[in-house]
Design a protein around this ligand. Structure first.
Ligand SMILES: *Cc1c(COP(=O)(O)O)cnc(C)c1O
Length: 412
């Protein structure tokens, strides 16, 4: 008898985006001539940068030659040319030394942030923020690290740290110990960014309680203030207690190409049953080599091209374009009296719903009257109730049009 993993049945049934999809389809069907503007799902919209396309083409041609053909990639996932580009441009440029064998190239930060929990015992207590990127929560539920979903909208056994206006959506460490903490900065969904002081408190907490920080920096390229940390490894002491995930998805439009990486420093460790220290890198390397066969060579060449002079300029312009969209949203809606957060160092605006309106009610109003799709904050956790996430991933024209329509829908 093939017993199923019952933990999967604890997962909250109606996943957010399918439900949004159903409601959008219903409105589209009822209003066939409506031009619906989608500022919901967090997917990029600009075409790939020319430097990336050129590198993809060149690598494809190379693969068609006897000398240039490549089969399976390296066990760590990354070719040296990409590892070195990452080390130089993402780390050395900020004064951080990362070794080649601390970088694991993969096909996505969704996968990495979801898979990382596998190298820890099911008894580990996990902390997440509320609202939260659902992957961190659901993968721990699947692994059996929680109880059932409770009335509160939280899974039993998981610690939720409310991200609120009062704490600038960057919660401080709790007073109780946990074993694993997921942090995402710049944040999806709130658009908030953690400052150095906040990250220092997290690193101090992790060292004190022997916890591991899983730091998701998928949106690091959107940080526009050079004084803000872009990596957890800018914080002294983080190498002993943190791992970091980064992705080419949002910074260079790779959501369809698929390339990301995790940094697991040599010093980061967990404990075995008898209390001995075990390097996390050793376990992650073993997992990676067993379950993954590397990112395709042409995709890694395309990722390398993101760091070329042309690639940096072109992808920098893409990020700037989305950030300008975010500014148009912030200013246009802010002037109309809406209360907004985020959107300065992130492609997301976190908008407080007009008085007394629930997240889904606000979503339905936006969709039904403005034909604009947002994402209900409540879909990211109970503390997201009363907010709606508006994405800046769209054309400038659509974003400007959305501002006008949203104002109209709320008589603002
Ligand atoms: C988009 C996103 C990622 C990136 O996922 P990929 O699998 O690399 O496309 C990771 N974390 C968060 C919070 C995201 O929003």
């Amino acid at each position: 008898m093939a017993r199923i993993n019952e933990n999967y049945r604890k997962l909250h049934a109606g996943y957010l985006f399918p439900e949004i999809g159903r409601r959008v389809a219903a409105v589209a069907e009822a209003n066939p001539e409506a031009k619906i503007i989608r500022l919901g799902i967090g997917d990029v919209t600009l075409p790939l940068a020319p430097a990336v396309v050129d590198a993809l083409r060149a690598a494809a041609d190379e693969m068609g030659t006897a000398d240039g053909f490549r089969g399976y990639g390296p066990d760590s996932g990354g070719y040296d040319f990409l590892l070195d580009a990452i080390r130089e441009h993402d780390y050395a440029s900020r004064g951080i030394e990362i070794a080649r064998d601390e970088i694991f190239v993969s096909d996505g930060s969704k996968q990495d942030s979801g898979n990382f929990q596998e190298i820890f015992d099911t008894s580990c207590r996990v902390a997440v923020t509320d609202p939260v990127y659902p992957v961190y929560v659901d993968t721990n539920v699947m692994a059996g690290r929680t109880g059932a979903m409770q009335e509160s909208g939280h899974y039993a056994g998981m610690l939720y740290l409310p991200a609120t206006e009062a704490n600038g959506f960057t919660p401080d460490p709790p007073s109780e110990p946990v074993d694993l903490v997921y942090l995402c900065s710049p944040n999806n969904p709130t658009g908030a960014v953690a400052d150095r002081d906040n990250l220092e408190r997290w690193v101090a907490y992790a060292r004190e309680h022997d916890a591991v920080l899983v730091f998701d920096a998928a949106y690091d390229a959107f940080i526009s203030d050079p004084a803000l940390p872009r990596s957890i490894f800018e914080i002294p002491g983080a190498r002993e207690c943190a791992v970091e995930m980064r992705s080419f998805s949002k910074r260079a439009g790779f959501t369809g190409l698929r390339c990301a990486y995790s940094v697991v420093p040599a010093e980061a460790s967990g404990r075995d049953a008898s209390g001995g220290r075990v390097p996390l890198r050793q376990l992650w390397a073993r997992r990676h080599a067993t379950k993954f066969n590397a990112v395709p060579y042409p995709i890694q060449r395309a990722a390398e091209a993101v760091y070329s002079p042309g690639g940096r300029k072109q992808t920098g312009e893409q990020v700037a374009y989305y950030l300008e969209n975010a500014r148009v949203l912030r200013e246009g809606l802010g002037e109309a009296g809406f209360t907004l957060f985020g959107g300065v160092h992130a492609p997301y605006i976190w908008m407080r719903t007009p008085t007394g309106m629930g997240s889904w009610e606000c979503f339905d109003r936006l969709l039904g009257e403005a034909h604009v799709v947002g994402t209900p904050g409540a879909g990211f956790g109970p503390a997201g109730e009363g907010y709606i996430r508006i994405s800046a991933f769209n054309s400038r024209e659509n974003v400007a049009e959305a501002v006008t329509r949203i104002r109209g829908a709320f008589g603002a």
